[in-house]
Design a protein around this ligand. Structure first.
Ligand code: PEP
Ligand code: MG
Length: 909
């Protein structure tokens, strides 16, 4: 049998031949696959090749020498191909081919891994480059950038402490100071040559050996450094935050350099085919003349806008008048109209081809346009919705694609509060920056990412304030309420990452001066210190002093349309877990079609109610308990009336009292003394009762239906409150559908005992009132035993509601109260893939759900089945419940839209 030829490690792309395509992302990474696809579309791309993710995996498993032995021959061929494409030779000092070496994983991880530019330069080649380009300044600047990047990334020369500056930047500052200039651009070729010498000396002193001069040694070092960067701290954090498996690895793209810093007919930029913040169908982007790509992303110079329209909008926000704008910040459309037209053509071709918003990188080298990257652009939740709906209307995508384009979790951003108008009226705008990522955020100022992380862990709301952010700040950014940077444009690291996270961000607030050493932020005469409150509006770019109140978001038209589309495609109903009429009203506004769980114990914790509840618990006779329950009855009844009113015409599932009674009594002496005063019961008796109620393991103790079985009068009072409320509501013309639910059942006898109390009470109330209503009695399935004997319970219960919180606790043997102590370690070690309390354990707990549904239906074919544990609002779990054939999920009000969309995506497969 012929053996399979081994799959190549290297895939070439360029004008003469292209071996990969867009479908090969797993092997070539997103960047490599799309570079190949652009070549196939005839878009100008500098020649290059991609080393596959399989080589990265080989590196992780076998190490440097082994992987270089595997790929060496193919890389040599790849370089020869690039030489042909560009008409230059690698290592030819007279006219050197220079290369870029970039990472590119399957999923985009902007800025998380490493990049090396201008590779191939050394003391001889820099002379050749100077002679060929006729621009010695450019040549020496390229060389100093290369040494700086390579020194940092490959040779590991970093600042000693986080407060310290980059050691290379310190040298640049020294040289500038010596010369008496402030800008890098004021340094001439001789200054840059001096920088190169000083950089090399620094490397020799700090690392102990010389900067490598052999281009091939440089190349192997860079390739390995990119593989290595897959496992650096920031890449690991990013993967953790975005659920990207460590096993994927990164590809390495080696490509001919093109230069945006070869004078005034050169430029470099980043563009989006639609607005990544709002979703508006408007081509937009930023560029810098005579610059390299990293200058745009680093946000050090103020970038110009690609389009005239964008430039005008930017000027209005930045308070730049039209004459100044045209003179100092003209758009590419005005400055280089022909190249702008070529770029516009490329962006149209690419968006139509990929049928999604594209994020593009381009370079113009002496009047010639090159595309360096295209990928589906990261965007805010609002932009996700708008782009999906508008692309549907434009006929670019169908309904199913539009629904799948929106990440359900990202809807969160549309549902969350914005600043209260009244609070805004009195607020003081201290600075304005770019509206980099929408939302409203208030928090206390913090200047370092690791400190933001530490404070957020203590529950503090923080705003991370930085000169500019870098990928090291990722963890701090993810926990901050918002991010403010003094520098940087809409495509700076802070802006792109914040949008990806759905985090409020204002970037490039030029009036803000940050002093990291003094830990202060100054705007005009005002100085703000660490810990001072600040508020940001990421939708307008405004920065406010102090803390501002927020209000609920209004749901926009596109959002409504997306939800209607979701409803048309989904099969699962989405109900809500709501304990108050207010929550019920919010959930209904978000499209819930009923209450799937009302936890009645939550109604007993407030104000005077807890006093009556405690009286009931302290009573030592049935009569005493009934007297206390009689005080609770009217309160419960009015709550239930509120729920029926808000959910008019829809089912309302009310669960009997669940928690252990000891949760209602005070455990400290001061509280117990106060209770003695309030109730007239002696302190000693109260303490004895608290002692008697104490349980070693309350989660498995006297709770759920066990309470109602010990004290049927509690069930009787609750059932009476439900039926009286339902009849009152019905008398006011409200259509009521009460469903009473018995918790924590393990045997059908428990269910039957409670159902008998409920039925008896119903008949008594109906007789008193001379009116009836239809109602259902069902059970929760939240102990493994209930799932195992679901056919006997199903023969009696009219519905099953899976309490997946308890079912997870009891199936895994993980205490809901204590799992936090070991779960992080468990997840880090891969014992479970996800937190089983957040996303259903499909293989274990999921099987119990499937089995109980089948058993229930075998005895009662139409039995209604739903989920009311936290998993009801988790998209992956919703997909599982769809496949398991349940009728509904129930989740907290703010997760209702997320569950509706997840249900539609599940139905679309
Ligand atoms: C459950 O156990 O999943 C449930 C919904 O009940 P609770 O969280 O109130 O125990
Ligand atoms: Mg439960």
């Amino acid at each position: 049998m012929a053996s399979n030829p081994r799959r190549p490690y290297v895939y070439r792309f360029g004008s003469a031949r292209t071996e990969g395509d867009a479908s090969m992302k797993n092997l070539l990474g997103g960047k490599g696959a799309n570079l190949a696809e652009m070549c196939r579309l005839g878009i100008p791309v500098p020649g290059g090749f991609t080393i596959s993710t399989e080589a990265c995996t080989a590196y992780t498993e076998q190490g440097r020498e082994a992987v270089l032995a595997l790929i060496r021959g193919e890389v040599l061929e790849g370089v020869a191909f690039v030489e042909q494409e560009m008409g230059k030779r690698f290592g030819n000092a007279a006219d050197p081919l220079l290369l870029s070496v970039r990472s590119g994983a399957r999923a985009s991880m902007p800025g998380m891994m490493d990049t090396i530019l201008n590779l191939g330069l050394n003391d001889e080649a820099v002379q050749g480059l100077a002679a060929r380009s006729g621009n010695p300044r450019f040549a020496w600047d390229s060389y100093r950038r290369f040494i700086q990047m390579y020194g940092d990334v490959v040779m590991g020369l970093k600042p000693a402490r986080k407060e310290d500056h980059d050691p290379f930047e310190v040298i640049i500052d020294m040289v500038k100071e010596k010369k008496g200039v402030t800008l890098d651009t004021e340094l001439d070729a001789a200054d840059l040559q001096e920088l190169v010498a000083r950089f090399k000396a620094l490397i020799r002193a700090r690392i102990g050996h010389d900067f490598p001069t052999d281009p091939w040694e440089q190349l192997w070092g860079a390739v390995v450094a990119v593989f290595e960067s897959w496992n650096n701290e920031r890449a690991r954090v990013y993967r953790e935050l975005n659920d990207i498996p460590a096993s994927w690895g990164t590809a390495v793209n080696v490509q001919a350099m093109v230069f945006g810093n070869l004078g005034d007919s050169s430029a470099t930029g980043v563009a989006f085919t639609r607005d990544a913040g709002t979703g508006e169908d408007l081509f937009n982007g930023e560029f810098l003349v005579n610059a390299q790509g990293e200058d745009v992303v680093a946000g050090i110079r103020t970038p110009q806008q690609v389009t005239l329209e964008g430039s005008r909008r930017w000027a209005a926000l930045a308070c730049v008048d039209e004459d100044t704008r045209r003179a100092r910040y003209p758009s590419l459309e005005e400055l280089m109209p022909d190249l702008y037209r070529q770029l516009l053509q490329a962006e149209t071709t690419l968006e139509n081809h990929f049928k999604d918003m594209q994020d593009l990188e381009f370079t113009i080298q002496q009047g010639r346009l090159w595309m360096l990257q295209t990928r589906n652009g990261k965007r805010t939740g609002a932009a996700m919705v708008r782009i999906a709906i508008e692309m549907l209307d434009q006929g670019l995508i169908d309904e199913a694609t539009a629904l799948k384009r929106v990440d359900p979790e990202r809807l969160n951003e549309l549902l969350h509060p914005v600043f209260d108008r009244q609070a805004l009226a009195g607020a003081q705008v201290i600075a304005r920056g770019l509206p980099a990522s929408p939302g409203a955020a208030s928090g206390q100022i913090v200047f370092f990412a690791d400190e933001a992380d530490a404070l957020a862990r203590q529950g503090q709301a923080v705003i991370l304030v930085r000169q500019e952010t870098s990928p090291e700040d990722l963890r701090g950014m993810s926990v901050a309420q918002g991010i403010l940077t003094a520098r940087g444009g809409m495509t700076s690291h802070a802006a792109v990452v914040a949008r990806g996270m759905g985090k409020c961000c204002v970037s490039g607030a030029g009036a803000v001066r940050v002093d990291m050493h003094a830990r202060t932020m100054t705007v005009g005469d005002a100085t703000f210190h660490e810990g001072d409150w600040l508020s940001l509006n990421g939708s307008t770019g405004e920065v406010f002093a102090g803390r501002l109140a927020t209000r609920e978001a209004e749901l926009s038209g596109d959002f409504g349309r997306l939800m209607a589309l979701a409803d048309a495609h989904k099969r699962l109903e989405v109900r809500t877990n709501a304990d108050t009429p207010e929550e019920a009203a919010i959930a209904r506004r978000f499209g819930a079609t009923g209450i799937g769980l009302c936890r009645t114990e939550h109604m007993f914790f407030e104000g005077q109610r807890i006093v009556a509840m405690r009286e009931m618990i302290l009573a030592d006779s049935r009569a005493g308990r009934q007297a206390a329950l009689a005080k609770l009855l009217p309160m419960q009844r009015s709550d239930f009336e509120g729920l029926f009113r808000e959910m008019s015409g829809l089912p309302v599932t009310i669960r009997l009292l669940d928690p252990p009674l000891h949760e209602f009594v005070p455990h400290d002496e001061a509280g117990q003394r106060a209770l003695a005063r309030e109730t007239g019961v002696s302190l000693a008796r109260i303490q004895a009762r608290v002692e008697a109620l104490h349980e070693a393991n309350p989660m498995m103790g006297h709770r759920g239906c066990r309470l109602g079985i010990s004290h049927p009068e509690i069930t009787e009072m609750q059932a009476r409150a439900v039926f009286e409320a339902a009849l009152n509501a019905q008398a006011r013309g409200i259509a009521v559908h009460p469903e009473i639910m018995v918790p924590l059942v393990g045997t059908v006898r428990e269910f039957n005992a409670q159902a008998a109390v409920i039925r008896r009470t119903a008949e008594a109330v109906f007789a008193e009132r001379g009116a009836r209503i239809a109602y259902q009695i069902g059970t929760m399935i939240e102990t493994p035993r209930a799932a195992l004997v679901a056919e006997s319970i199903g023969a009696q219960a009219e519905f099953f509601s899976f309490g997946t919180n308890d079912l997870t606790q009891m199936t895994l043997g993980f205490s809901r109260d204590d799992a936090g102590r070991f779960l992080p370690t468990y997840l880090a070690q891969g014992m479970y893939e996800h937190d089983p309390f957040r996303s259903i354990d499909q293989k274990g707990v999921g099987q119990l759900v499937q089995m109980a549904v089948a058993k229930g239906r075998s005895v009662r074919p139409g039995i209604a089945t739903g989920v009311c544990g936290e998993h009801g609002g988790d998209p992956a779990s919703v997909a599982f419940f769809h496949r398991a054939g349940l009728d509904y999920v129930s989740c907290s009000p703010f997760r209702v839209p997320i569950a509706r969309l997840a249900a539609a995506q599940a139905a679309l497969g």
